[in-house]
Structures are given as structure tokens and as C-alpha cells.
Design a protein around this ligand. Structure first.
Ligand code: UDP
Ligand code: MG
Length: 311
């Protein structure tokens, strides 16, 4: 007889005390309708300052609920990454703790996985409840990101997805200190399938993402995927150098019409040309420093204070 497959569910939680029991309950209900699977829930307590961790530990006594406690807040993406690193399942699902990612979608994710897709990710349908500015900025963000990097991300991609064991084993080898999982997973390849879903409202508590953090995440997204901004500097240098050539007709005109101050022509040409050249050189140096910078940071990406997951 085939062994039962195990599904791991990784849930990053940052001060989500009220949501934790509810999401655990809903996941349990979902798996009651999926008797062919075992499951484990891994909550990653990302530097919680409320009693989230106690609540998780309380749940763990009866069901297969595990916790990973970080030594401080390391952020949503690293919390998911840690969960993936520790998960033992054959298929690993990551989802938010606030129930915006409906657990009832899990059977669909598993269904597609059983059809042979190695990555089953989800795309949020446009949320009519979201403020207009947020919808516009999100669209704009994905457009810029797609222009700047070599991966194509759909607007509304969420960190709610199922990954096959094979894919997680590959992801585990990634040592990026600012992983941008949405992009990374897309970049990995494998056979991928997208499911659209209607996002729910946050069940309890407030969003952890302020505008400032969103900006940082947006910048991380771009910079962890490309050094195109650095190349842009180089192009800018070339542009200004070429523009300096345009000064030649003007200089000739100025001299012929008697407006030229003696010495001015050679001076302006030199200044403009070398200004451009310096930008090019700085840009090129920048590109190399950027590449090295990305390589040299070998600090641990997250620090686990405690866990009840056995190796
Ligand atoms: N989260 C986290 N660390 C953080 C910020 C958020 O683990 O520093 C978790 C949070 O508990 C939730 C998920 O990441 O489970 C998504 O966060 P949130 O719902 O605040 O983001 P939004 O849905 O508003 O984009
Ligand atoms: Mg949320």
C-alpha cells in the first residue's frame, strides 16, 4: 500500500494571536475532508511581541502543530523561507496567518499538485475592497518589476502556494538574505500552475505592512533580481557623453556670430565630455561593486531561538 503523503503548511506569524487558533481550526477542518493525507502546521513566530507563541504551543499539544521561534523580527519572506527549510512534507504550502488566503483552497492546490504540477501558485483576483491607490500602485509595481528583471510576475501574485518537495529542496540551497520568494519561485522554472482566488478580509488585527515597509519590499524585489539600475547609470553616462557632441554646432555658431568668449569653446567641450565619461566609469565600477556586495554577505539569514521540530 502507498504511504500517506504529508502536506506541510508553513504560516509566518507576526503578532497574530487572535488569528492563530482560527486558522489552525480551519485547516484541520479542511484536512478532515482529505483523509488521504497527513498534515503538519508550522507556525513561524517572527519576533512576536504578543502571546502568539504561547497560543501556538498550546495548540501543539493536541495536533500536529509545530513552531519555530525567531530571535527577533526577520520579516515575512525569511519567515516563509525558514518554514520551508524545516518542513518535512512531500508538498509544502505557505500561506498568511490572517486568513486572507482561504484554507478552503488547499484541496484545489493539492489536486493540481497530484496532476503533476510541481508549483501551484495563486493569483489574487482584483480586490474591489482594496483602496484605489493600493490597486494602482500594485499594478504599477509589477509593471516596473517585469521591465527591470528577467522574470515575469503576474500582478496579484501572492505568497500562497504549494511547492513540491523537489522544489523546496532546491530553494533550501538559496542563501539570499533578502529572498523575494514570488520572483525566485517563478525564476526556478519547474511546471507551474496558477489558481485564481478571491481574497478574504483580514480576520483580526492590523496589516503589518506600512507604506514604508512596502516600499522596501518593492525595492528589494527589484534589487534582488537585477542590477539593471546600475546599468542604467552607465547608459546615462553614454547619453550625456553623446549629448556633449551636440554642443559642437552650437559652439561653432557662437564663434561665427561673434558671441564666443575666447577659451570658452574648448572649456565647455571638455567639461561636458568628461562629465559624461566620469558617469560611465562610475557606473561600471558600481556594477562590479553591486555584484560583489550581493555575493559577500554570508551572515545567517535568520536566527531560530527555539523550536519543537525534531531533526
Ligand atoms: N508577517 C511576518 N513578519 C512580518 C510581517 C508580516 O511574519 O514582519 C506575516 C503576518 O503575520 C502575516 C503575513 O506575514 O501572516 C502577511 O502579513 P500581512 O497580512 O500583514 O500583510 P498584507 O496581507 O497586509 O500584505
Ligand atoms: Mg494580510
Amino acid at each position: 500500500m502507498n504511504k500517506k503523503k504529508t502536506i506541510s503548511i508553513v504560516i509566518p506569524a507576526y503578532n497574530e494571536a487572535e488569528n492563530i487558533p482560527v486558522i489552525a481550526q480551519r485547516i484541520q477542518e479542511v484536512f478532515q475532508s482529505l483523509p488521504g493525507y497527513d498534515y503538519e502546521i508550522i507556525f513561524v513566530a517572527d519576533g512576536c511581541t504578543d502571546n502568539s507563541l504561547e497560543i501556538i504551543k498550546g495548540l501543539g499539544k493536541e495536533a500536529s502543530v509545530f513552531y519555530l521561534e525567531f530571535s527577533r523580527n526577520f520579516g515575512h519572506q525569511l519567515a516563509i523561507k525558514a518554514g520551508l527549510d524545516y518542513a518535512k512534507g512531500d508538498g509544502i504550502i505557505s500561506m498568511d496567518c490572517d486568513l486572507q488566503h482561504p484554507p478552503e483552497l488547499i484541496p484545489q492546490l493539492i489536486g493540481k499538485w497530484e496532476e503533476g504540477y510541481e508549483v501551484v501558485y495563486t493569483i489574487r483576483k482584483e480586490d474591489k475592497l482594496l483602496p484605489y491607490e493600493k490597486r494602482i500602485t500594485s499594478k504599477l509595481y509589477y509593471r516596473v518589476l517585469n521591465k527591470l528583471s528577467s522574470v515575469e510576475l503576474e500582478a496579484g501574485s501572492a505568497d500562497f502556494r504549494l511547492l513540491d518537495r523537489k522544489v523546496v529542496n532546491v530553494l533550501k540551497r538559496f542563501e539570499e538574505n533578502e529572498p523575494f520568494l514570488r520572483g525566485l519561485v517563478k525564476w526556478l522554472g519547474f511546471s507551474q500552475y496558477a489558481i485564481c482566488y478571491e481574497p478574504a478580509q483580514r480576520f483580526a488585527g492590523k496589516t503589518k505592512y506600512s507604506i514604508k515597509i512596502m516600499m522596501r519590499l518593492a525595492l528589494q524585489g527589484v534589487t534582488s533580481f537585477s542590477i539593471k539600475p546600475l546599468y542604467m547609470m552607465v547608459y546615462l553616462g553614454f547619453l550625456f557623453s553623446s549629448l556633449s557632441v551636440l554642443y559642437i554646432p552650437y559652439v561653432i555658431y557662437a564663434i561665427c556670430s561673434g558671441h564666443g568668449v575666447s577659451g570658452w569653446a574648448s572649456l565647455i567641450m571638455t567639461v561636458v565630455f568628461f562629465g559624461g565619461l566620469q558617469l560611465i566609469i562610475l557606473g561600471i565600477i558600481g556594477v562590479y561593486i553591486g555584484k560583489m556586495f550581493m555575493q559577500t554577505k554570508t551572515r545567517p539569514n535568520y536566527i531560530v531561538r527555539s523550536t519543537n521540530i525534531k531533526d
